[in-house]
Design a protein around this ligand. Structure first.
Ligand SMILES: [Zn+2]
Length: 218
């Protein structure tokens, strides 16, 4: 007669029984590794999985939260991608259930602000009009990039206290082909820290810019 242990060994591992809020991060990462390649869970090779587990070890809370349990199960059951989970963990700004709606809204707001900026490029604007467009643009950019912006490596000044510049600025009169986006700089150490690319310039004319919208960090 088969022992209980032998029967248990033959049963597929059910991820929902393996994760509980408050478990240690190490146990959660170990459970994740055991739960891949089960009948209903994601397929994964060691080569793919290893760096993802390293990221989870860095980014999950310790102990893990209820929200993180939901997110890990969503990835294991193929309801969402690992890259989205890692992006959410890196940002740590909203509940998992809000992440996808929030991201869509952030990207739409930034795209709209960028288009407004493009439409006004080269036009004669008053200082007040220019400031208004740039303020709106900066607010949309900070919503997207502040959670992933680095502090100053020299003095530790946090990203919200750094200077944020849009390159090129609305008052600029010519472009060189290349990237445009947001630059952070420490006002104390005079060091540039991050550059977030929002657009690649494909063609350059004094009064006409054709861009390719991107949302990346470089
Ligand atoms: Zn500094």
């Amino acid at each position: 007669m088969a022992t209980l242990e032998a029967l248990q060994a033959q049963m597929p591992i059910l991820p929902e029984n393996r994760f509980v809020p408050g478990m240690s991060r190490t146990d959660a990462v170990g459970a994740f590794r055991e739960c891949v390649n089960q009948p209903q869970t994601i397929f994964s090779t060691d080569h793919w999985l290893r760096p993802k587990l390293d990221s989870l070890r860095l980014l999950l809370h310790d102990p893990i939260t209820a929200d993180e349990v939901s997110a890990l199960l969503d990835v294991l059951y193929k309801r969402h991608f690992m890259k989205d989970l890692l992006e959410w963990l890196t940002r740590k700004t909203e509940p998992w259930s809000m992440f996808f709606v929030d991201r869509e809204e952030r990207h739409a707001a930034l795209s709209q602000a960028q288009n407004e900026w493009l439409n006004n490029f080269g036009k004669p604007l008053s200082g007040k009009q220019r400031a208004l467009i740039e303020r709106k643009h900066l607010a949309a950019a900070k919503k997207e990039y502040l959670p992933i912006a680095k502090p100053c490596a020299s003095c530790g000044l946090p990203p919200e206290k750094l200077e944020w510049f849009h390159y090129p600025s609305l008052g600029a009169t010519r472009f060189t082909p290349g990237r445009i986006g947001w630059q952070t700089r420490c006002g104390i150490c005079r060091q540039e820290i991050d550059f977030f690319t929002t657009m690649l310039i494909c063609t350059t004319r004094k009064d006409s810019v054709k861009g390719l919208m991107l949302l990346t960090r470089t």
